[in-house]
Design a protein. Sequence first.
Length: 452
Amino acid sequence: MEGRFRLCLVLVTAILAGQTGQAQVAPGVGYAPAPGGWPAQPQGSSVQQTGWHPHAHGQAYCPPGGYPGAAAPTVTELLPPDRGFLYDYDSAFDKSLRETIRNSWFRLEYMLVSIEDPGNTSIGSRLANVPNVREPFVVSLPPPGAGLPAPLSVARVHDFRSIDLDDINGIRGVFGVPFNGGEFQARFWGIEQHTARTTTTDVPAINPLPETQFIAISLLTDGVPGATVLLNDAGLTASFTSQMWGADANIYFDYKAPRLGWRVQPLLGFRHTEYEENVGVIGLFDNRSGLDPTSPVLATPIERRIWSNANNFRYGLQTGFRSELVHEHFTLGVEPKVTFGANYYQAEVMTNNLRNSTFPVVVDDPVTRSSVDKTEFAPTFDLGVYAKVHLTDYFHVRVGYTFVWMGNMARADRVIYYNDLGTANPPAVAARPDTTDMWLQALTIGGEFRFP
Protein backbone atom coordinates (compact mmCIF):
# COMPACT_ATOMS: atom_id res chain seq x y z
CA MET A 1 0.00 0.00 0.00
CA GLU A 2 2.74 2.44 0.95
CA GLY A 3 4.64 1.54 -2.27
CA ARG A 4 1.61 2.34 -4.44
CA PHE A 5 1.14 5.70 -2.72
CA ARG A 6 4.75 6.66 -3.38
CA LEU A 7 4.45 5.70 -7.04
CA CYS A 8 1.37 7.91 -7.46
CA LEU A 9 3.11 10.81 -5.72
CA VAL A 10 6.10 10.54 -8.04
CA LEU A 11 3.86 10.59 -11.13
CA VAL A 12 1.89 13.61 -9.92
CA THR A 13 5.11 15.48 -9.08
CA ALA A 14 6.56 14.71 -12.52
CA ILE A 15 3.45 15.99 -14.28
CA LEU A 16 3.33 19.20 -12.23
CA ALA A 17 7.05 19.78 -12.76
CA GLY A 18 6.65 19.53 -16.59
CA GLN A 19 3.80 22.05 -16.70
CA THR A 20 5.67 24.49 -14.50
CA GLY A 21 8.78 24.31 -16.73
CA GLN A 22 6.79 25.25 -19.84
CA ALA A 23 5.11 28.19 -18.19
CA GLN A 24 8.25 29.68 -16.70
CA VAL A 25 9.90 30.88 -19.88
CA ALA A 26 11.44 34.21 -19.18
CA PRO A 27 10.28 37.14 -21.32
CA GLY A 28 12.63 37.92 -24.20
CA VAL A 29 14.10 34.43 -24.24
CA GLY A 30 14.22 33.18 -27.89
CA TYR A 31 13.80 29.72 -29.23
CA ALA A 32 16.93 27.99 -30.40
CA PRO A 33 16.63 25.66 -33.37
CA ALA A 34 16.81 22.03 -32.44
CA PRO A 35 19.30 19.82 -34.23
CA GLY A 36 18.20 17.24 -36.71
CA GLY A 37 14.92 18.90 -37.54
CA TRP A 38 13.66 18.93 -33.95
CA PRO A 39 11.26 21.60 -32.91
CA ALA A 40 12.71 24.77 -31.48
CA GLN A 41 13.08 25.01 -27.68
CA PRO A 42 13.26 28.02 -25.47
CA GLN A 43 16.84 28.95 -24.73
CA GLY A 44 17.78 28.30 -21.14
CA SER A 45 15.09 25.65 -20.66
CA SER A 46 15.82 22.04 -19.98
CA VAL A 47 12.26 20.91 -20.40
CA GLN A 48 11.61 18.86 -23.49
CA GLN A 49 8.52 19.91 -25.53
CA THR A 50 5.84 17.35 -25.87
CA GLY A 51 5.41 15.51 -29.12
CA TRP A 52 9.10 14.91 -29.71
CA HIS A 53 10.92 12.07 -27.99
CA PRO A 54 14.40 11.09 -29.14
CA HIS A 55 14.92 7.40 -29.34
CA ALA A 56 17.88 5.60 -28.04
CA HIS A 57 19.41 5.34 -31.47
CA GLY A 58 19.27 9.14 -32.02
CA GLN A 59 16.40 9.11 -34.52
CA ALA A 60 13.50 11.48 -34.03
CA TYR A 61 9.93 10.37 -33.89
CA CYS A 62 7.44 12.46 -35.83
CA PRO A 63 3.82 12.19 -34.88
CA PRO A 64 1.46 11.44 -37.75
CA GLY A 65 -0.63 14.10 -39.40
CA GLY A 66 1.66 16.65 -41.14
CA TYR A 67 4.70 18.85 -40.70
CA PRO A 68 6.58 18.83 -37.42
CA GLY A 69 5.63 21.67 -35.15
CA ALA A 70 4.06 23.81 -37.99
CA ALA A 71 0.81 24.13 -39.96
CA ALA A 72 0.45 22.86 -43.52
CA PRO A 73 1.46 25.46 -46.28
CA THR A 74 -1.31 27.75 -47.57
CA VAL A 75 -1.78 28.17 -51.36
CA THR A 76 -2.88 31.72 -52.36
CA GLU A 77 -3.98 33.21 -55.73
CA LEU A 78 -4.15 36.94 -56.62
CA LEU A 79 -7.28 37.58 -58.69
CA PRO A 80 -7.89 40.64 -60.92
CA PRO A 81 -10.75 42.97 -59.95
CA ASP A 82 -12.94 41.57 -62.75
CA ARG A 83 -12.09 38.83 -65.19
CA GLY A 84 -15.10 39.63 -67.31
CA PHE A 85 -17.88 37.31 -68.30
CA LEU A 86 -17.22 36.54 -71.97
CA TYR A 87 -14.28 38.87 -72.78
CA ASP A 88 -10.64 38.45 -71.86
CA TYR A 89 -9.23 41.87 -71.02
CA ASP A 90 -5.69 40.55 -71.08
CA SER A 91 -5.87 39.07 -74.57
CA ALA A 92 -3.27 40.01 -77.17
CA PHE A 93 -5.91 41.83 -79.22
CA ASP A 94 -7.05 43.88 -76.25
CA LYS A 95 -3.50 44.85 -75.34
CA SER A 96 -2.80 45.84 -78.94
CA LEU A 97 -6.00 47.89 -79.08
CA ARG A 98 -5.12 49.77 -75.89
CA GLU A 99 -1.64 50.49 -77.21
CA THR A 100 -3.05 51.75 -80.52
CA ILE A 101 -5.49 54.12 -78.84
CA ARG A 102 -2.78 55.33 -76.49
CA ASN A 103 -0.61 56.47 -79.44
CA SER A 104 -3.39 57.84 -81.67
CA TRP A 105 -3.75 61.56 -82.31
CA PHE A 106 -6.17 64.16 -83.67
CA ARG A 107 -5.56 67.59 -85.24
CA LEU A 108 -7.94 70.43 -86.07
CA GLU A 109 -6.79 73.33 -88.27
CA TYR A 110 -8.17 76.64 -89.50
CA MET A 111 -7.53 77.35 -93.18
CA LEU A 112 -7.31 80.73 -94.93
CA VAL A 113 -7.83 79.78 -98.57
CA SER A 114 -7.28 81.53 -101.89
CA ILE A 115 -8.68 80.00 -105.09
CA GLU A 116 -7.48 80.93 -108.55
CA ASP A 117 -9.70 83.70 -109.89
CA PRO A 118 -11.62 83.10 -113.13
CA GLY A 119 -9.62 85.91 -114.72
CA ASN A 120 -10.65 87.81 -117.82
CA THR A 121 -13.24 85.35 -119.07
CA SER A 122 -15.72 87.46 -121.01
CA ILE A 123 -19.49 87.33 -120.51
CA GLY A 124 -20.00 86.69 -124.19
CA SER A 125 -18.39 85.21 -127.27
CA ARG A 126 -15.97 86.47 -129.90
CA LEU A 127 -17.28 88.82 -132.60
CA ALA A 128 -16.26 89.20 -136.19
CA ASN A 129 -13.93 92.13 -136.84
CA VAL A 130 -13.57 92.87 -133.10
CA PRO A 131 -10.11 91.98 -131.77
CA ASN A 132 -11.08 92.24 -128.11
CA VAL A 133 -14.72 92.39 -127.08
CA ARG A 134 -13.72 93.55 -123.60
CA GLU A 135 -12.62 96.87 -125.08
CA PRO A 136 -15.19 99.43 -126.41
CA PHE A 137 -16.30 98.75 -129.97
CA VAL A 138 -18.83 100.35 -132.33
CA VAL A 139 -22.28 98.80 -132.67
CA SER A 140 -24.98 99.52 -135.21
CA LEU A 141 -28.39 100.15 -133.61
CA PRO A 142 -31.77 99.38 -135.16
CA PRO A 143 -32.89 102.19 -137.49
CA PRO A 144 -35.46 104.48 -135.87
CA GLY A 145 -37.75 104.21 -138.86
CA ALA A 146 -38.15 102.88 -142.34
CA GLY A 147 -35.59 104.28 -144.72
CA LEU A 148 -33.60 105.95 -141.94
CA PRO A 149 -29.93 105.16 -141.41
CA ALA A 150 -28.94 102.98 -138.47
CA PRO A 151 -27.37 105.03 -135.70
CA LEU A 152 -24.08 104.00 -134.19
CA SER A 153 -23.12 103.62 -130.56
CA VAL A 154 -20.39 102.09 -128.40
CA ALA A 155 -20.56 98.92 -126.36
CA ARG A 156 -18.23 96.59 -124.56
CA VAL A 157 -18.47 93.10 -123.07
CA HIS A 158 -17.98 92.72 -119.34
CA ASP A 159 -15.74 90.02 -117.83
CA PHE A 160 -14.83 88.37 -114.51
CA ARG A 161 -11.53 90.16 -113.90
CA SER A 162 -12.78 91.85 -110.74
CA ILE A 163 -13.97 88.58 -109.17
CA ASP A 164 -11.85 87.89 -106.09
CA LEU A 165 -11.73 84.41 -104.54
CA ASP A 166 -9.25 85.22 -101.77
CA ASP A 167 -9.48 85.07 -97.95
CA ILE A 168 -12.00 82.23 -97.79
CA ASN A 169 -12.45 80.44 -94.47
CA GLY A 170 -11.97 76.70 -94.22
CA ILE A 171 -11.37 73.94 -91.71
CA ARG A 172 -9.43 70.68 -91.79
CA GLY A 173 -9.55 67.73 -89.43
CA VAL A 174 -6.93 64.98 -89.35
CA PHE A 175 -6.56 61.85 -87.23
CA GLY A 176 -3.85 59.22 -87.16
CA VAL A 177 -3.76 55.66 -85.85
CA PRO A 178 -0.39 53.90 -85.62
CA PHE A 179 0.11 50.21 -86.29
CA ASN A 180 3.03 47.85 -86.45
CA GLY A 181 5.13 49.12 -89.35
CA GLY A 182 3.40 52.40 -90.09
CA GLU A 183 0.46 54.69 -89.52
CA PHE A 184 -3.03 55.15 -90.94
CA GLN A 185 -4.08 58.78 -91.42
CA ALA A 186 -7.34 60.29 -92.67
CA ARG A 187 -8.12 63.93 -93.46
CA PHE A 188 -11.27 65.90 -94.09
CA TRP A 189 -11.37 69.52 -95.24
CA GLY A 190 -14.10 71.94 -96.16
CA ILE A 191 -14.18 75.49 -97.53
CA GLU A 192 -17.13 77.76 -96.86
CA GLN A 193 -19.41 78.94 -99.64
CA HIS A 194 -17.98 82.17 -100.96
CA THR A 195 -19.71 84.64 -103.31
CA ALA A 196 -18.01 87.49 -105.15
CA ARG A 197 -19.81 90.05 -107.34
CA THR A 198 -18.91 92.44 -110.09
CA THR A 199 -21.07 95.34 -111.32
CA THR A 200 -20.57 97.71 -114.23
CA THR A 201 -20.49 101.42 -113.45
CA ASP A 202 -19.80 103.00 -116.85
CA VAL A 203 -23.34 103.19 -118.30
CA PRO A 204 -25.12 105.16 -119.43
CA ALA A 205 -22.64 107.68 -120.76
CA ILE A 206 -23.53 111.33 -120.73
CA ASN A 207 -21.26 112.29 -123.60
CA PRO A 208 -21.51 110.87 -127.13
CA LEU A 209 -18.86 108.72 -128.75
CA PRO A 210 -16.49 107.30 -127.78
CA GLU A 211 -17.99 106.78 -124.29
CA THR A 212 -19.62 103.44 -123.62
CA GLN A 213 -23.38 103.44 -123.92
CA PHE A 214 -24.11 99.73 -123.58
CA ILE A 215 -22.84 96.65 -121.80
CA ALA A 216 -23.24 93.91 -124.37
CA ILE A 217 -23.56 90.14 -124.18
CA SER A 218 -22.05 88.98 -127.45
CA LEU A 219 -23.28 85.80 -129.16
CA LEU A 220 -22.01 83.54 -131.90
CA THR A 221 -24.18 83.28 -134.98
CA ASP A 222 -24.88 79.59 -135.51
CA GLY A 223 -21.53 78.74 -133.94
CA VAL A 224 -19.52 81.29 -135.95
CA PRO A 225 -18.32 84.73 -134.77
CA GLY A 226 -20.75 87.29 -136.15
CA ALA A 227 -22.33 90.58 -135.08
CA THR A 228 -25.09 89.53 -132.66
CA VAL A 229 -25.12 91.37 -129.33
CA LEU A 230 -27.64 91.80 -126.51
CA LEU A 231 -27.49 95.42 -125.36
CA ASN A 232 -28.01 96.46 -121.74
CA ASP A 233 -28.19 100.16 -120.95
CA ALA A 234 -28.93 99.99 -117.18
CA GLY A 235 -25.90 97.95 -116.21
CA LEU A 236 -24.90 94.36 -115.67
CA THR A 237 -24.20 92.39 -112.51
CA ALA A 238 -22.42 89.05 -112.26
CA SER A 239 -21.94 86.83 -109.22
CA PHE A 240 -19.45 84.00 -108.78
CA THR A 241 -19.97 81.40 -106.02
CA SER A 242 -17.55 78.63 -105.07
CA GLN A 243 -17.53 75.84 -102.52
CA MET A 244 -15.24 72.85 -101.90
CA TRP A 245 -14.84 69.86 -99.61
CA GLY A 246 -12.70 66.76 -99.76
CA ALA A 247 -11.18 63.84 -97.91
CA ASP A 248 -8.33 61.40 -98.26
CA ALA A 249 -7.02 58.33 -96.46
CA ASN A 250 -3.35 57.33 -96.53
CA ILE A 251 -1.05 54.68 -95.09
CA TYR A 252 2.41 55.92 -94.10
CA PHE A 253 5.08 53.22 -94.07
CA ASP A 254 7.97 53.28 -91.60
CA TYR A 255 10.73 53.25 -94.18
CA LYS A 256 12.97 55.37 -91.99
CA ALA A 257 11.20 56.59 -88.88
CA PRO A 258 13.36 57.08 -85.79
CA ARG A 259 11.75 58.79 -82.83
CA LEU A 260 14.10 61.78 -83.15
CA GLY A 261 16.06 63.04 -86.15
CA TRP A 262 15.34 62.93 -89.86
CA ARG A 263 12.75 60.45 -91.07
CA VAL A 264 11.06 59.61 -94.38
CA GLN A 265 7.74 57.79 -94.73
CA PRO A 266 6.36 56.79 -98.16
CA LEU A 267 2.59 56.94 -98.42
CA LEU A 268 -0.17 55.35 -100.46
CA GLY A 269 -3.83 56.24 -100.32
CA PHE A 270 -7.05 57.45 -101.92
CA ARG A 271 -8.30 61.01 -102.45
CA HIS A 272 -11.74 62.46 -103.19
CA THR A 273 -12.58 66.13 -103.83
CA GLU A 274 -15.81 67.90 -104.75
CA TYR A 275 -15.72 71.44 -106.08
CA GLU A 276 -18.76 73.43 -107.18
CA GLU A 277 -19.14 76.83 -108.84
CA ASN A 278 -22.17 78.91 -109.78
CA VAL A 279 -22.31 81.96 -112.02
CA GLY A 280 -25.27 84.32 -112.20
CA VAL A 281 -25.46 87.11 -114.80
CA ILE A 282 -28.21 89.77 -114.85
CA GLY A 283 -28.26 92.31 -117.67
CA LEU A 284 -30.64 95.28 -117.23
CA PHE A 285 -32.31 97.26 -120.00
CA ASP A 286 -34.75 100.11 -119.26
CA ASN A 287 -34.34 102.20 -122.47
CA ARG A 288 -32.59 105.05 -120.69
CA SER A 289 -30.27 105.14 -123.70
CA GLY A 290 -33.19 105.93 -126.04
CA LEU A 291 -32.50 102.82 -128.06
CA ASP A 292 -36.24 102.54 -128.67
CA PRO A 293 -37.35 106.07 -129.60
CA THR A 294 -41.00 105.08 -129.42
CA SER A 295 -40.82 103.96 -125.77
CA PRO A 296 -40.13 105.91 -122.58
CA VAL A 297 -37.80 104.74 -119.83
CA LEU A 298 -39.22 101.51 -118.46
CA ALA A 299 -40.38 101.57 -114.85
CA THR A 300 -39.50 97.89 -114.56
CA PRO A 301 -36.34 97.09 -116.49
CA ILE A 302 -35.99 93.95 -118.55
CA GLU A 303 -33.78 91.43 -116.72
CA ARG A 304 -31.82 89.13 -118.97
CA ARG A 305 -30.62 86.22 -116.83
CA ILE A 306 -27.95 83.60 -117.43
CA TRP A 307 -27.15 81.06 -114.72
CA SER A 308 -24.56 78.29 -114.88
CA ASN A 309 -23.36 75.56 -112.54
CA ALA A 310 -20.30 73.29 -112.68
CA ASN A 311 -19.91 70.44 -110.20
CA ASN A 312 -16.69 68.40 -110.09
CA PHE A 313 -16.30 64.95 -108.50
CA ARG A 314 -12.61 64.06 -108.42
CA TYR A 315 -11.21 60.77 -107.15
CA GLY A 316 -8.04 58.74 -107.57
CA LEU A 317 -5.11 56.89 -106.07
CA GLN A 318 -2.58 59.00 -104.22
CA THR A 319 1.11 58.50 -103.54
CA GLY A 320 4.00 60.54 -102.19
CA PHE A 321 6.04 60.77 -99.02
CA ARG A 322 6.39 62.65 -95.76
CA SER A 323 9.81 63.92 -94.71
CA GLU A 324 10.31 65.32 -91.21
CA LEU A 325 13.07 66.61 -88.99
CA VAL A 326 11.97 65.74 -85.47
CA HIS A 327 13.48 67.51 -82.47
CA GLU A 328 12.55 67.14 -78.85
CA HIS A 329 10.79 70.52 -78.89
CA PHE A 330 9.74 71.00 -82.55
CA THR A 331 9.15 69.28 -85.90
CA LEU A 332 9.74 70.57 -89.44
CA GLY A 333 8.19 68.72 -92.35
CA VAL A 334 7.32 68.64 -96.04
CA GLU A 335 4.73 66.37 -97.67
CA PRO A 336 4.31 66.23 -101.48
CA LYS A 337 1.54 64.03 -102.91
CA VAL A 338 0.41 63.20 -106.45
CA THR A 339 -3.03 61.85 -107.33
CA PHE A 340 -3.81 60.02 -110.57
CA GLY A 341 -7.52 59.69 -111.12
CA ALA A 342 -10.58 61.00 -112.91
CA ASN A 343 -12.92 63.96 -112.74
CA TYR A 344 -16.58 63.36 -113.40
CA TYR A 345 -18.19 66.77 -113.86
CA GLN A 346 -21.69 68.02 -114.55
CA ALA A 347 -22.45 71.39 -116.14
CA GLU A 348 -25.82 73.10 -116.41
CA VAL A 349 -26.87 76.43 -117.98
CA MET A 350 -30.22 78.19 -117.64
CA THR A 351 -31.50 81.37 -119.33
CA ASN A 352 -34.56 83.56 -118.82
CA ASN A 353 -35.76 86.58 -120.82
CA LEU A 354 -32.51 86.37 -122.72
CA ARG A 355 -33.47 88.31 -125.89
CA ASN A 356 -36.53 90.18 -124.64
CA SER A 357 -37.14 93.58 -126.25
CA THR A 358 -39.92 96.14 -126.60
CA PHE A 359 -39.27 97.20 -130.20
CA PRO A 360 -39.59 95.20 -133.37
CA VAL A 361 -38.89 92.38 -133.58
CA VAL A 362 -40.55 91.85 -130.18
CA VAL A 363 -39.15 88.76 -128.49
CA ASP A 364 -40.29 87.13 -125.27
CA ASP A 365 -37.94 84.26 -124.50
CA PRO A 366 -38.95 81.50 -122.07
CA VAL A 367 -36.80 79.73 -119.51
CA THR A 368 -34.33 77.34 -121.14
CA ARG A 369 -32.15 74.65 -119.55
CA SER A 370 -29.34 72.49 -120.85
CA SER A 371 -26.77 70.21 -119.24
CA VAL A 372 -23.74 68.07 -120.06
CA ASP A 373 -21.64 65.59 -118.10
CA LYS A 374 -18.29 64.04 -118.84
CA THR A 375 -15.41 62.11 -117.25
CA GLU A 376 -11.81 63.08 -117.90
CA PHE A 377 -8.39 62.13 -116.60
CA ALA A 378 -7.59 64.52 -113.76
CA PRO A 379 -4.21 64.62 -111.99
CA THR A 380 -3.71 66.49 -108.72
CA PHE A 381 -0.55 67.75 -107.02
CA ASP A 382 -0.65 68.59 -103.32
CA LEU A 383 2.31 70.12 -101.47
CA GLY A 384 2.29 70.85 -97.75
CA VAL A 385 5.03 72.36 -95.58
CA TYR A 386 4.62 72.79 -91.84
CA ALA A 387 6.22 73.35 -88.46
CA LYS A 388 5.09 71.97 -85.11
CA VAL A 389 5.97 73.15 -81.61
CA HIS A 390 5.73 70.51 -78.89
CA LEU A 391 4.18 72.40 -75.98
CA THR A 392 3.71 69.17 -74.02
CA ASP A 393 4.01 65.46 -74.73
CA TYR A 394 0.32 65.42 -75.63
CA PHE A 395 -0.36 68.80 -77.28
CA HIS A 396 1.39 70.40 -80.28
CA VAL A 397 0.75 73.66 -82.15
CA ARG A 398 1.13 73.47 -85.93
CA VAL A 399 1.36 76.13 -88.66
CA GLY A 400 1.67 75.35 -92.36
CA TYR A 401 1.18 76.22 -96.01
CA THR A 402 -0.65 74.10 -98.61
CA PHE A 403 -0.60 74.40 -102.39
CA VAL A 404 -2.90 72.27 -104.57
CA TRP A 405 -2.92 72.12 -108.38
CA MET A 406 -5.84 70.34 -110.10
CA GLY A 407 -5.94 69.51 -113.78
CA ASN A 408 -9.05 69.31 -115.99
CA MET A 409 -11.41 71.20 -113.70
CA ALA A 410 -14.79 72.40 -114.99
CA ARG A 411 -15.51 76.03 -114.05
CA ALA A 412 -18.89 77.73 -114.21
CA ASP A 413 -17.76 80.73 -116.27
CA ARG A 414 -16.26 78.55 -119.01
CA VAL A 415 -19.05 76.01 -119.55
CA ILE A 416 -21.41 78.66 -121.02
CA TYR A 417 -21.73 78.42 -124.80
CA TYR A 418 -22.81 81.87 -126.05
CA ASN A 419 -24.63 81.11 -129.29
CA ASP A 420 -27.71 82.23 -131.21
CA LEU A 421 -29.75 80.55 -133.94
CA GLY A 422 -32.02 83.48 -134.79
CA THR A 423 -35.13 84.92 -133.19
CA ALA A 424 -37.28 82.26 -134.79
CA ASN A 425 -35.59 79.61 -132.66
CA PRO A 426 -35.30 79.25 -128.89
CA PRO A 427 -32.25 80.73 -127.20
CA ALA A 428 -29.13 78.72 -127.94
CA VAL A 429 -27.02 79.83 -124.97
CA ALA A 430 -26.35 76.38 -123.49
CA ALA A 431 -23.95 74.21 -121.50
CA ARG A 432 -20.83 72.86 -123.15
CA PRO A 433 -18.01 70.53 -121.99
CA ASP A 434 -14.95 72.54 -121.06
CA THR A 435 -12.15 72.11 -118.53
CA THR A 436 -9.09 74.02 -117.42
CA ASP A 437 -6.39 73.85 -114.76
CA MET A 438 -6.97 75.43 -111.36
CA TRP A 439 -4.95 75.96 -108.19
CA LEU A 440 -5.64 76.90 -104.61
CA GLN A 441 -3.42 77.73 -101.66
CA ALA A 442 -4.01 77.98 -97.93
CA LEU A 443 -2.34 79.09 -94.72
CA THR A 444 -3.14 76.79 -91.81
CA ILE A 445 -2.88 76.92 -88.02
CA GLY A 446 -4.18 74.44 -85.50
CA GLY A 447 -3.62 72.18 -82.54
CA GLU A 448 -2.72 68.51 -82.36
CA PHE A 449 -3.71 66.33 -79.41
CA ARG A 450 -2.10 62.96 -78.75
CA PHE A 451 -3.89 60.49 -76.51
CA PRO A 452 -1.87 59.68 -73.39
